[in-house]
Design a protein around this ligand. Structure first.
Ligand code: ARG
Length: 476
């Protein structure tokens, strides 16, 4: 007999059970569902909607059910459809009909919205922590490479030399935006929908604020229809996650390129690479490739969720059950990727000599020759044209700018003197970019300072939220 079987004259078709059930994945909400139920039943007793002996029995029973699920001893069935009804059924089996009082003043519609929020807020804290670890690994590599120069690229053509530290710091600031998006989203996730009932609220004199406080929420949602039909927080999370994995895939692409024989700028540690079953010499950057590949499924989940919600009338619709798998998969995909990134970045070997050689053997200091002529009062457009001629001459005579004799330089401009060799040297070229946010060593060191301050702020946020969540665990 189904928990809702009263008005039915026949058992459900097995295919309907199979197709409609969500237990195959929403079992991942079990601990949050029980946490929510304990808060709810405590509130029911406090408001004298059920008596305190019943409450004690239910809380005890729920804890027992939690233990049974955790140990794998509990049987979760498709016939009981989802995690909410499976738990209620297990509770009633455990403590008898009094277990049926748990669902007073509550619907699965507000219950599932609650569980999703409890799950996601914890995931957001975990992901924030992992993002910070990744940023810290990048900063560590950057500090070790404060004097390493490599070509910076535009159009994947060598453009101007930059510090490798500068390049790595670009990702630190990218991930900072990701981190801030996550921490900002937390306040929209962390609102209690419980009390919205099926859609209209409840006729019992419940205390929504009390449940909200017990569960460590920042407050309750304002409108019951919106409360049960809102999955914006899931969309927002999937969107934040899409940006994170997009950033990871860009970094992945660079790791794949830079570790190829063609670039040979870096080498990933053996512990983070795999071999080929046929070619004995191969060492493949599987992890960055896989992260790059998994970007597709995360973007897909965002599009999927938006599409599921598009055109849905108020309030709850069964379509919304489709909100879960994409969210779980996204959380798990990102946790997996970020756990690997920090140690992979930290242990990679940087071929500073190869990077330097790449800078020495190209024309990426051409802008500096043009800037040098500007310093001699030649308008930039004119100096740009002169240097174009110089580069053409260099290509034709197989010479880089540093290989030119002074006479050769002077054929193009009388204004060039002996100090040109210093001006065109890679470190001078880098340090000339002495503008806030530029690649000059002092400016990159400023970025290190800014990053450390950001990290402190992030760490306090993480500590605060982790403590709150731990307290919640203990309270129940
Ligand atoms: N398993 C459902 C879901 O995930 C729970 C809510 C079901 N509510 C309902 N009225 N059928 O959306």
């Amino acid at each position: 007999m189904k928990l809702w079987g009263g008005r039915f004259t026949k058992p459900t078709n097995e295919l309907v059970d199979e197709y409609g059930s969500s237990i195959g994945y929403d079992y991942k909400l079990a601990k949050f569902d029980i946490q929510g139920s304990i808060a709810h039943v405590n509130m029911l007793a406090e408001c004298e909607i059920i008596d305190s002996e019943d409450k004690d029995q239910i809380v005890k029973g729920l804890k027992e059910v939690a233990a049974q699920i955790e140990s794998g001893e509990a049987e979760l069935t498709v016939a009981n459809e989802d995690i909410h009804m499976n738990i209620e059924k297990l509770l009633i089996d455990q403590i008898g009909p009094v277990g049926g009082k748990l669902h007073t003043g509550r619907s699965r519609n507000d219950q599932v919205a609650l569980d999703m929020r409890l799950y996601l807020r914890e995931a957001v804290v975990t992901l924030t922590d992992l993002l910070l670890n990744t940023q810290q690994a990048l900063l560590k590599q950057a500090k070790e490479n404060i004097d390493t120069i490599l070509p910076g690229y535009t159009h994947l053509q060598r453009a101007q030399p930059v510090l490798f530290a500068h390049h790595l710091m670009a990702y630190v600031f990218m991930f900072q935006r990701d981190l801030e998006r996550l921490t900002d989203s937390y306040k929209r996730i962390n609102r209690s929908p419980l009390g919205a009932g099926a859609l209209a609220g409840t006729s019992f004199a419940i205390d929504r604020e009390s449940v909200s406080e017990r569960l460590g929420f920042d407050g309750v949602t304002e409108n019951s229809l919106d409360s049960v039909s809102d999955r914006d927080f899931v969309v927002e999370f999937l969107s934040d996650a899409s940006l994170i994995i997009m950033h990871l895939s860009r970094l992945s692409e660079e790791l794949v390129q830079y570790s190829s024989a063609e670039f040979n700028f870096i080498e990933l540690d053996d512990a983070f690479c795999t071999g080929s079953s046929m070619m004995p010499q191969k060492k493949n950057p599987d992890i960055p490739e896989l992260v790059r590949g998994k970007t597709g499924r995360v973007f897909g989940h965002l599009t999927g969720m938006l599409t599921t919600l598009k055109g849905l009338p108020l309030a709850y619709n069964k379509d919304m059950q489709e909100d879960k798998e994409g969210m779980f998969d996204t959380v798990e995909t990102l946790i997996g990727a970020l756990k690997l990134f920090a140690p992979m970045i930290e242990t990679m070997t940087v071929h500073q000599d190869v990077m330097y050689e790449a800078v020495a053997k190209d024309y990426s200091n051409a802008t500096d020759l043009a800037d040098y002529l500007v310093g001699k009062d030649i308008p930039f457009r004119e100096s740009h044209a002169i240097v174009g001629q110089v580069v053409l001459y260099g290509i034709e005579h197989d010479k880089y700018l540093m290989d030119f004799t002074l006479d050769e330089f002077q054929q193009f401009s009388e204004s060039i003197t002996d100090d040109i060799y210093h001006a065109l040297s890679p470190s001078a070229v880098v340090n000339a970019r002495d503008v806030e946010g530029g690649t000059a060593k002092v400016r990159v060191e400023e970025q290190f300072m800014k990053a450390s301050e950001m990290f402190n702020t992030s760490q306090s946020w993480i500590d605060e939220k982790q403590n709150q969540l731990k307290k919640q665990e203990l309270d129940k």
